[in-house]
Design a protein around this ligand. Sequence first.
Ligand SMILES: Cc1ncc(COP(=O)(O)O)c(C=O)c1O
Length: 402
Amino acid sequence: MRRWRTGNLRDVSEFPTFVTHLECSATGERYPADVLHGLSKAGKPLLVRYDLEGVRRAVSKEALTRRDGGFWKYREFLPVRRSSNVMRLGEVITPIVELGASARRASAKRLMIKDEGRLPTGSFKARGLALAVAMARELGVTRMAMPTNGNAGAALAAYSAAAGLEAHVFCPADTPEINVREITLAGANVTLVDGLINDCGRLVAEGRERMGWFDASTLKEPYRIEGKKTMGLELAEQFGWTLPDVIFYPTGGGTGLIGMWKSFAELEAVGFIDSRRPRMVAVQASGCAPIVRAWERGDDHAELWPDAHTIAAGIRVPAAIGDFLILRAVRESKGFAIAVDDEAITAALTEVSRTEGLLLCPEGAATYAAWKAALAAGDVSPDESVVLFNCASGLKYPLPAP
Ligand SMILES: Cc1ncc(COP(=O)(O)O)c(C=O)c1O
């Protein structure tokens, strides 16, 4: 059995789990739990469903608040059945940092950043891949393959190394060098692809049968979203079981946004929060904004964005399989989608660094630039409390020359 690396040993007892089944996100068709799944028969993401009445009886807000163990503490809301399948690399509850000076400057009530760069491998991808690897072990998978813009590959490589799984990672040839080295160091097999993340995804899909890989592409396997969902659970707890007025999320595949939206429904069903929801804002780069275009047109699905380019590598996703789920969450929440250009992203990165002493990743900086633009346009009110997501450590990216 693998070692428990870190974490609080009081909290690693067997996981009481409440998964009842999986459900096609498009048709609602039911699929059995405890069986290896990719997409549904309709070719759409599968969502994990729980006996939420059982969760309500098993855990209280007070009990959760007393627990340690990073995002694993929300185990009743997660699908892992055996604790021996969980690898711990020092997961933490990520801090919410007040951007007081920036808020004052804009005469805004409250601006905060949830800083996901503090997680293992320096990004929020740790959440999803920790869950995907645990479930892969649970369901007997030994070889994982995945397309990535960098951060997800690093997280897959790290958790796979800890779990003793084989990992095959495909990334665009211009993926930040630090990510490629990090993935290689953790022993994963890296293939650099002359193309974008969707081209990488195609290679994974083509090699799946022949190479015996399990395709761990986001939303093509059902558990990464369960990991990303913990951002919403954490946020609710950190806000004293309420939620901020608006969330700005840097949106590539959109798994985090969809996951948080799912978590809010689950939290309401167990009685931990009421029916008030944040407005969800999908932030993209103007060089790759398929969701923004679809939102503006009122479409349910997003068309492939040609010639995608942006310095914010993590949101350079020309086509997302969960497009309709992102758009649905944005609309249901009465939020919106907004694009910012690379110049605004770089300016935001510098501004937050200088004003707040916080080094953001370009994707996180995009959310700050988007907040400023939305405030100026009147799409966000200065009276609204706002949380921006900084999904990775700024240190993982090439920094501007002094
Ligand atoms: C730093 C960063 N921000 C945002 C994203 C987009 O995340 P999601 O797939 O949940 O939209 C990524 C994905 O690679 C990322 O690495």
